[in-house]
Design a protein. Structure first.
Lengths: 380, 528
């Protein structure tokens, strides 16, 4: 093709840079070119379907542009080629309308079968509800072995790694404090919903992605064929920390699962709070600090200074230093027109602890304790 | 205006007493002035949106947070999308329509000359609203250009500014489209039947109907967000009896035709350029018209393929998959026709032709990744991943933008009266195509490997491809400044262009001198 010397030079330079970065990249890490290795029957079908389509498209692409580039190299004015004058042919037009129809039908047939299987969520062995919160996932085991287990799963990557102050771990941004644990070979049905905005529950190796819509329940399912730990992320933009709400699923054997269920239930019983207990500041504030770090610090910051103007400081805040009812109300219901979400999914004791913490931290020194019973009254 | 019967002398007087300086541009009703303003505006917005894209790519150069905080990052992705779609690409093609449609059909101006002025001058306030929203408390809208609730209900005043900007841009596009439809249907030179119009005019006729049909739908959707935010309605709030997914249905009923509002005029430009540099008439003119119309009609019935993961019934998923796959057929017909036009032509490769071939090659790639995404089962894996980002940039950048460059280089001699610098033009093309692929091809791999879109930070497995993509993006961004140099040089001077600088070009626009005089076709030309 007609290419100026300058253009050629720079194009070559760019190609060299690309080749270099590709090679140096390959030396450091494996650069995946295809879907993640699936561990479910459906995942394999999707994998094969994608491969088939890519190959069919690739063949057509090469054929069509083979013709075009033949023309580009042979039918050129500079080579003295004289233009033909034809500009119509009903036969070819019909031909290249009909032939693609059959190619498309050939692709649609296997796709339809996979979709039908994908949407069949009946006869699940275990049913788990995944609730999207800004910005973490809550899991409730609703049916099957493990029924009654409930926990919240939050990003476990420390802030200094994100801020480039320490070396990033191998599972950077794909690690959580509480993994979702399910047994291998069982049909697991995931119900998705959300507390605030739309999220999406996505684990590539399971070939599962389902939006979590506030106020509605959707479902999806998987049956893992291999044990191991599989990682995914929220796939629907859900606000500031959208990139920081991973999903980690640990697939275990039946025996390990039974053991995990047992341990989890005991731990939950031990951690249960008496909702009528009266606390002192010293008891509640340390617990509130942990809850603050997990739920509030992303916006309001660990030092209470917030990120104004979007995320106001709590240190010296009129709301925090004002009447308790006002602050309780904002935590329970959120503040419309702002990014402040409702946190009514936290327990009475947890809310009491975090409010008590904010009222007695940084330069705030009200000395007040908010009791779980206060939250209970406000809730009703 | 000059369309007044017997007004040739009258119009001539106008040419002398029109205001000069800034008031010339503020008060102008001349389609060429307005076309130029549209094109300059869109290029300016392209630079603004491009800088935002570079902020995004700078943040994604390495894992970790370096350049912007996540909230700013989301504002950047949102404004980049809104500005590029509504501020850069759509006005660019309206600019081409303003300049070229009257010249192509032998009309003296657009049908509603004053409305034409107004539809342009609505754009700058909308652009100011959008960009200045970065400075208000809470920052700009940070919900993605799709503005999905309930996230949009959480935003600050920047969101309201974005909603009003969308309203204004929508009114501007609707007025522009009414003007184009009326001009095309009423002001063609005697003898030019609809089926003898240049294909660029056909594509705009179809596009204008799409705009008139769907922009009000978008206006409705964002107004519902506005009332949900401020006036206590619950259209999209389950607690009040609404449904967040309803918004997505309404938005994509606008959004999918919008894709073709951008793509179809691009098809039109390429359909003018390829025959000119193949020195051979467009192959299958009639089938091109039918294929384009089919695409436009199909675009109304496929919207929910953007929503395969919201949890619609399986029958819905299957229907939208089949309907979407159908679009591949007319699109294929168009590609085959373009290739058949080149076949056994006498090809030369000036910059407009290079950009058209680049368009053809890469737009088809984007079409194929679209076909992959149309498969519900596969899309469930790829939805909201970087694969989608790669896909629509192949369609929007290598498709619409490359076609716009093809058109700009093709008609620059007619606009300015000078030939552009061919060497710089070719440099611009080669830099663009190399860096474009460097930026976006690797994003297919990122999406396949599981990287979600709209995230400011990512896990280590995605690091290499992101770095390549970011380097490519900066290269691509800087290469676009070459075009600015070419355009400015061409306006200032250069080799004089003849009335028809391209030996293979056809059409009435090449029968008037270059640069095109301020008033053209005051009496309709003869058209055989």
């Amino acid at each position: 093709m007609a290419l100026t010397r300058g253009g050629l030079h720079i194009a070559r330079g760019a190609c060299a840079a690309l080749a270099f970065s590709l090679l140096s990249g390959l030396a450091q890490a494996e650069m995946k070119l295809n879907l993640q290795e699936p561990i479910t029957q459906l995942g394999r079908e999707v994998y094969d379907l994608h491969l088939l389509m890519t190959i069919v498209c690739g063949v057509i692409f090469v054929a069509v542009f083979g013709v075009m580039f033949w023309s580009v190299f042979v039918h050129r004015k500079s080579a003295g080629y004289k233009a033909a004058t034809f500009h119509e042919s009903t036969t070819v037009e019909i031909l290249w309308t009909i032939v693609p129809v059959f190619i498309l039908l050939g692709m649609a047939w296997p796709a339809t079968k996979t979709i039908l299987a994908m949407r069949d969520t009946s006869n699940a062995d275990i049913t788990i509800k995944a609730t999207g919160y800004q910005w973490k996932w809550g899991y409730d085991y609703l049916k099957g072995e493990g029924e009654g287990i409930s926990f919240v799963s939050t990003l476990a990557t420390p802030q200094p790694q994100i801020r480039n102050e320490t070396t990033k771990g191998t599972d950077y941004l794909l690690e959580v404090d509480n993994e979702l644990v399910v047994p291998v070979g069982k049909k697991v049905r995931i119900l998705t919903t959300a507390n605030d905005v739309i999220h999406a529950w996505w684990v590539p190796a399971l070939a599962v992605k389902q939006d979590a819509v506030p106020g509605f329940i959707r479902d999806t399912w998987f049956r893992a064929e291999k044990t191991g730990t599989y990682r995914g992320q929220c796939a629907e933009l859900c606000g500031k920390e959208h990139g920081y709400m991973p999903i980690v699923v640990r697939i275990v054997t039946d025996a390990e699962y039974a053991e995990w269920v047992d341990g989890k239930k005991k731990a939950m019983a031990a951690a249960a709070d008496d909702p009528n207990k009266m606390y002192a500041v010293e008891e509640l504030a340390p617990r509130g600090e942990k809850i603050f770090a997990a739920n509030c610090a992303a916006c309001h910051q660990a030092n209470g200074q917030g990120l104004p103007p979007a995320f106001p400081p709590l240190d010296g805040s009129k709301v925090v230093l004002g009447p308790q009812d006002g602050q309780i109300n904002i935590l329970l219901n959120g503040k419309s027109g702002t990014a402040m979400a409702a946190f009514k999914h936290l327990s009475d004791t947890e809310l009491a602890a975090v409010i008590t913490y904010t009222r007695n931290s940084w330069s705030n020194a009200t000395g007040e304790v908010v009791q779980p019973s206060d939250i209970k009254v406000a809730r009703n | 205006m000059a369309a007044i019967p017997g007004g040739a002398d009258h119009a001539h007087d106008h040419a002398h007493d029109h205001p000069s300086g800034i008031m010339r541009w503020v008060t102008t009703t001349n389609h060429k002035d307005i076309g130029s303003m549209y094109l300059w505006f869109s290029f300016a917005m392209f630079i603004v949106g491009g800088i935002m894209a570079l902020v995004i790519r700078a943040e994604l150069f390495e894992p970790g947070l370096q350049v912007v905080d996540p909230d700013r990052f989301n504002q950047m992705t949102t404004l980049h999308g809104l500005i590029m779609v509504f501020g850069a690409i759509m006005p660019a093609f309206v600019g081409f329509a303003n300049w070229m449609i009257p010249l192509m059909i032998g009309a003296s101006d657009m049908a509603f000359a004053r409305m034409n002025n107004w539809s342009f001058w609505l754009l700058p306030p909308a652009a100011i609203l959008l960009t200045s929203s970065l400075l208000v408390p809470g920052g700009a809208a940070a919900s993605g250009w799709t503005l999905y609730p309930p996230l949009t209900v959480q935003m600050g005043i920047g969101m309201d500014m974005a909603i009003f900007a969308v309203h204004i841009l929508g009114i501007s596009s609707i007025m522009g489209s009414i003007n184009i439809v009326t001009t095309l249907l009423n002001m063609r030179a005697p003898g030019m039947t609809l089926m003898k119009m240049p294909l660029f005019c056909w594509t705009w006729l179809i596009t204008a109907y799409l705009v008139i049909a769907v922009m009000p739908v978008l206006a409705g959707a964002v107004t519902m967000i506005l009332t949900d935010r401020h006036f206590g309605t619950s259209f999209f709030n389950a607690a009040g009896g609404g449904d967040p997914v309803l918004y997505q249905h309404i938005f994509w009923f606008f959004g999918h035709p919008e894709v073709y509002i951008i793509a179809i005029p691009a098809f039109g430009v390429v359909s003018q350029v390829i025959p000119a540099f193949s020195r051979k008439p467009l192959f299958g003119y009639a089938s091109m018209v039918y294929a384009t119309s089919s695409i436009a009609i199909l675009s109304f019935i496929v919207w929910a393929h953007h929503m395969y993961t919201v949890g619609m019934p399986v029958a819905g998923q299957l229907y939208f998959m089949f309907a979407t796959m159908l679009i591949a057929i007319p699109t294929g017909v168009k590609v085959f026709n373009w290739v058949a036009t080149m076949w056994r032509g006498s090809l030369s490769f000036e910059t407009p032709m290079l950009f058209s071939i680049g368009f053809l090659f890469l737009f088809t790639l984007g079409g194929f990744s679209g076909l992959v995404l149309s498969m519900t089962a596969v899309d469930v894996q790829l939805h909201d991943s970087y694969y989608v980002v790669a896909h629509f940039h192949y369609v929007m950048v290598a498709g619409a933008l490359f076609s716009a460059y093809a058109g700009a280089y093709y008609w620059l001699p007619k606009w300015t009266g000078h030939m552009y610098d061919e060497k710089l033009g070719k440099l611009h093309f080669w830099l663009s195509i190399v860096f474009f692929n460097m930026t976006f091809f690797v994003q297919h791999f990122l999406g396949l490997a599981g990287m979600p879109r709209r995230i400011p930070d990512y896990s280590l497995q995605f690091a290499e491809f992101n770095m390549i993509s970011s380097i490519g993006a900066f290269g691509f961004g800087l290469s676009q400044l070459v075009f600015l140099v070419v355009a400015l040089k061409c306006i200032k001077g250069g080799e004089k262009a003849s009335a028809k600088p391209w030996d293979g070009a056809e059409g009435l626009e090449w029968t008037v001198p270059s640069p095109a005089p301020y008033h053209t076709f005051e009496t309709p030309p003869a058209f055989k």
